[in-house]
Write a protein that binds this ligand. Structure first.
Ligand code: B12
Ligand code: SF4
Length: 471
């Protein structure tokens, strides 16, 4: 009889496959353990499903991002403990990588937190529970000892991804994800970590600027198998920086072409990496199915980019944009505004560059986010020194909402300006039906003059969208 291991993905927006749980669940010895993944985003009553297994499970592992997913993770944790107080509950993922001890300090029902890459750590934890061994030597965890003291074990150095077992998508039913996404898009992760040092990003803290990836041959063999089994039409590469090594990306693309694997794919690219690739390299990617890139710009001001330690030049962004436009590759160029003490000049430059990029191709978008201090980043340390108070407890972190809102550094006027600008920018340069051409023409004029007075089109769109929601 196999021993049951329960895994839970909290409720969240969007329906990306639970790659973290697939990774740690697949790493376990499948002959010894029965891995049960429950996804709060897919199931109507996830706790009901978990309840059916709690009595004879070995442990429950939950993956946790900072923000609202903590609420649901806490709810499931507390309900599980009520049902079975001796079941070890482990939280892993980005939040507990950034707050290892604090999470245990605040929440008595969580027994262990995991930091960084989780596969090997989870193998060792599950074996320790199974064999009733102590947790003392397990790297990359934080736990309570017999005296109820919180102990933080040494970190676990990143392990090459090729050393782990293949990810077993059979641990989930992929069809509900395809259905929710509206297409047969498979999420996949081919690398972990990032070598860079952007000061607004948590990655350098969690992975210590290390990077590891699945080698091309192994990856494409796996993709071939997955393609045959799931007949996906699009591959969503969730890597932080898929284009870290040009040679690896080209080898993967050539293998996809050689094996006649017929699907499109999307990935994240840094502009410096892209600008070092030749046009032929881009063409090879397109022939292998590349349909969309996400290229973080963050700011239209080179000075601001340098302050963010982005290590990218604006010319590199434009070179990538030109190649994408020429080769008909869709592109998303995200920006951030509202950094502490950001000058009007920097904001103006972001407006200018986002408009220019948007106008280069109807399939280019430039989402503009407001800066919010993410835990663990260098800028966050600065804003704390200058008096900003971050949430203090796990409960407060669960109320911290990144999406849509801005920090105190954005005035009401600026916020309103950007909300209007974003609306008109999208309208001005995206593909529109002929009937909307006159409105599109007006939107372009507004964006060129930055005149958003009497935003009648925006009001009508809001009314229409509201009505749509109600129906
Ligand atoms: C898919 C994704 C999402 C999905 C959520 C997926 C889900 N499962 O719920 C969606 C689209 C909803 C999302 C939203 C957001 N995301 Co997001 N997202 C990602 C992305 C691109 C991939 C995550 C993934 O699957 N990785 C692959 C797996 C294998 O890696 P992993 O999750 O790190 O898991 C490993 C370890 O962490 C550990 N582990 C993880 N869980 C567990 C659990 C246990 C029990 C154990 C033992 C180990 C363990 O082991 C795993 C294998 O090594 C990452 C970037 C990245 N490449 O990781 C960003 C990332 C996680 N997102 C991030 C952010 C900032 C956001 C947003 C705030 C973005 C925004 N501005 O809108 C929002 C809001 C999040 C929220 N609060 O709701 C940050 C993390 C911030 C944080 N502190 O949590 C990341 C790292 C991007 C970044 N560099 O800034 N995101
Ligand atoms: S923003 Fe991207 S490139 Fe910069 S450190 Fe984070 S993951 Fe790396």
């Amino acid at each position: 009889m196999k021993t049951k291991v329960l895994l839970y993905n909290p409720k969240a927006v969007f329906f990306d496959m639970p790659l973290a749980l697939l990774a740690i669940g697949s790493a376990l010895d499948q002959k010894k353990f029965e891995v049960i993944i429950v996804d709060g985003r897919i199931e109507k009553d996830p706790f009901k499903i978990l309840s059916e297994h709690i009595d004879d499970a070995l442990c429950l592992g939950i993956t946790v991002l900072t923000g609202s997913p903590i609420k649901d993770a806490m709810d499931i944790t507390n309900k599980t403990k009520l049902k079975r107080s001796d079941l070890p509950i482990i939280w892993g993922g980005w939040h507990t990588s950034l707050f290892p001890e604090e999470t245990l300090r605040d929440e008595a029902n969580i027994d262990i937190t995991v930091q960084g890459q989780g596969e090997q750590t989870f193998i060792e934890l599950v074996d320790a529970f199974h064999d009733q061994q102590p947790l003392i030597g397990i790297k990359g965890i934080c736990y309570r000892n017999d005296k109820n003291e919180i102990i933080k074990n040494p970190p676990r150095p990143i392990i090459p991804m090729d050393e782990f077992a293949n990810v077993n998508y059979g641990l989930i039913d992929v069809e509900p994800y395809f259905e929710k996404k509206g297409n047969r898009q498979l999420d996949y992760i081919s690398s972990t970590g990032c070598y860079f040092r952007c000061s607004f990003c948590a990655d350098p803290f969690v992975y210590n600027r290390k990077w590891t990836a699945i080698s091309p041959e192994v990856m494409v063999n796996k993709l071939k198998e997955l393609h045959k089994t799931y007949k996906f039409t699009d591959l969503n590469l969730q890597d932080e920086t898929y284009f870290t090594y040009r040679d690896r990306v080209i080898e993967i693309s050539e293998l996809i072409i050689d094996r006649s694997l017929n699907f499109s794919w999307a990935a994240t690219m840094r502009a410096d990496q892209g600008s070092r690739m030749s046009e032929d390299d881009f063409k090879t990617c397109v022939r292998s199915g590349l349909r969309r890139l996400l290229i973080g710009v963050e700011s239209g001001s080179q000075e601001m980019m340098d302050w963010l330690k982005k290590d990218i030049k604006l010319e590199q962004v434009y070179r990538c944009a030109q190649l994408c436009s020429d080769l008909n590759i869709a592109a998303i160029f995200p920006f951030i505004v509202g950094f502490p003490d950001e000058s009007q000049k920097s904001i103006d430059e972001t407006v200018k560059v986002s408009r220019e990029l948007n106008s280069m191709h109807h399939n280019f978008t430039t989402p503009i986010f407001y800066f919010k201090p993410y835990p663990g980043t260098e800028i966050t340390k600065d804003v704390i020194t200058n008096g900003y108070q971050l949430p203090q407890t796990t409960k407060e972190w669960s109320d911290f909402d990144y999406i849509g809102s801005s920090g105190p550094w954005v005035s009401k006027e600026k916020y309103e300006f950007f909300e209007k600008y974003k609306f008109y920018l999208k309208l001005a340069y995206s593909k529109q039906k002929p009937i909307f051409k006159p409105i599109q023409y007006m939107a372009k004029k507004r964006c060129n003059k930055l005149n958003f007075e009497f935003p009648i089109e925006m009001k009508i769109a809001n009314i229409l969208l509201k009505n749509q929601e109600l129906s």
